[in-house]
Ligand binder design. Structure first.
Ligand SMILES: [Zn+2]
Length: 175
C-alpha cells in the first residue's frame, strides 16, 4: 500500500522529467524569451535561419556580423528580405547595414523615426521584439532581452506597422 502510494506520487514527476524538451517556439509554446549576453543574437540567427518566405526588420543599425550573415544567407536562398534602418545614423566609419546592401538586400532608410531596440517579422508568423539590438557589440555589455512570439495575428500587426514606416522610408534604387 505504501509502495503504491509512493509510486503514485513519483509517477507524474518522472513522466514530466522524461518529457522531450522542444525549445523551438513554433513547436512547444507560442513564445520564447532570451537574455543577452547568453543567447540573444544566436536566437535571432536561428530564427532567420528557419525563414522560408520573408523577413522584415526594423532597427537603428544592423551591424551584428552573425545576424547580417544570416540575413544574407536567407536572401541567397530566395527569402524576401527587407530591412528598415534609421536614416539619421551618421555616415561615418560604420554604415547602418553595410554588408546587407552589398549583398543586394533592400535597406530602406527611415529618416523620421529611430526605433528603440529592433524588431523582425519572419514569414508573417514569427515576431522578434523586446529590448534587443541588431547592432554589433552590445551582446556582452548590455542586459538585453529578446522575445520571440509565433502568432499570425500579432505578426500581421507588426507587418502593418513595418509597412507604415517603409512607406515613408527612402528605398535604394533598384528595389
Ligand atoms: Zn517611420
Amino acid at each position: 500500500m505504501l509502495l503504491a502510494l509512493i509510486l503514485l506520487v513519483l509517477l507524474p514527476v518522472s513522466a514530466w522529467a522524461q518529457a522531450p524538451r522542444m525549445p523551438e517556439p513554433e513547436q512547444s509554446r507560442p513564445w520564447a524569451v532570451y537574455f543577452a549576453p547568453d543567447a540573444g543574437a544566436q536566437a535571432v540567427v536561428e530564427a532567420i535561419g528557419r525563414a522560408r518566405k520573408s523577413v522584415r526588420v526594423q532597427t537603428v543599425a544592423l551591424t551584428s556580423p552573425p545576424i547580417a550573415e544570416a540575413l544574407v544567407e536567407a536572401h541567397q536562398r530566395g527569402v524576401s528580405v527587407e530591412v528598415i534602418v534609421n536614416g539619421k545614423v551618421p555616415k561615418g566609419r560604420v554604415a547602418a547595414a553595410p554588408s546587407l546592401a552589398r549583398a543586394g538586400i533592400a535597406v530602406l532608410s527611415d529618416r523620421a523615426h529611430a526605433p528603440v531596440g529592433g524588431m523582425a517579422v519572419i514569414d508573417r508568423q514569427v515576431v522578434l521584439t523586446g529590448a534587443f539590438s541588431f547592432a554589433a557589440g552590445p551582446d556582452n555589455a548590455s542586459a538585453e532581452n529578446l522575445l520571440v512570439i509565433s502568432d499570425a495575428g500579432l505578426a500581421a500587426r507588426y507587418t502593418e506597422n513595418w509597412q507604415a514606416h517603409a512607406a515613408h522610408s527612402v528605398r535604394p534604387s533598384g528595389h
